[in-house]
Design a protein around this ligand. Sequence first.
Ligand code: 3HC
Length: 301
Amino acid sequence: KKPAGAPDKALARPVTKVGVIGAGLMATQFALLFVRRLQVPVVITDLDQERVDKGVATIHGEIDELLQKGRIGSDEANRLKALITGTTDKADFADCDWVIEAVFEELGVKQQVFADVEKHISPEAILATNTSSLSVEQIGAKLKHPERVVGFHFFNPVAVMPLIEVVKTPKTTDEALSTAMVTAAKLRKNAVITADTPGFVVNRILAKLLGEAMHAVEVGTPFDTVVEAVKPFGLPMDPFVLLELVGLKVGAHVLDTHHAAFPERFFESPALHELAEFGHLFEKDAKGKPKGIDPKVLKIV
Ligand code: 3HC
């Protein structure tokens, strides 16, 4: 079913408090964006207190960096820090009117966290998912109010990537869609509405690109040669640096989702799964910048 265009802005619900489920790589980045651009309380949760504390500390570190770079003043830094709270109790989400999840990329896990949080929030509150490639409709399938579910897909690094894919399911109301579009605009992102199809637009193409780059290595072309060969495409990052940025586990999951949906168009990559277990592709310099492929990786592929 084709997604409609953007509905009337007047239908958007006000967002006065944001709940973030997950305190990992993507969630911490967009939690900061929400608090900075919406200037509303943001509550963040994860499986245990340790993960929550780590996530909040990461956000505080990013705020300190903005302060050091002179992007914000110390009053603003303190205000942003005060607006961010961590919790392990979803009851603290009760007055959130926008809840967004970025938990492990597994359908059952995402369904469960939405079902858990639905018990605590109002029936009108919007539930957004940052899923990379799963069906947004299925993520909301166990809810009493699946019509409030919308995909809201950020790209890494969130602070600089200009796009958000807003995913409309056949059940998503105009109110939820409008809230997503208006929220994206307040976050100063360019939002596009996509169909609820594996990988939406960007990851469908990236899965192909990164999967084929990895496959070229698997069949014997050295990493450096693949990088050299794709240079004329003018990509902002070489495909393997991008894969490492996205996360090897996320990359492997995205590829699996595409293979399951379109087995004739996307292949499985056992090497990528092994590499995801190993943990990284690159050796890094003192600043964490990739120096070169870790020689141990060459024994895996
Ligand atoms: N966090 C915050 N800011 C960052 C950042 C980060 N991780 N990385 C870079 N930046 C900022 C820098 O501070 C700098 O800002 P400034 O000009 O205001 O000081 C600006 O970005 C440019 O950085 P650099 O000059 O150091 O580096 P580049 O010009 O090489 O740009 C890049 C870096 C924007 C990351 C660029 O390499 C790029 O666009 N890479 C491709 C990233 C991409 O495709 N992401 C999508 C991945 S797919 C995804 O996330 C979806 C998921 O579902 C899998």
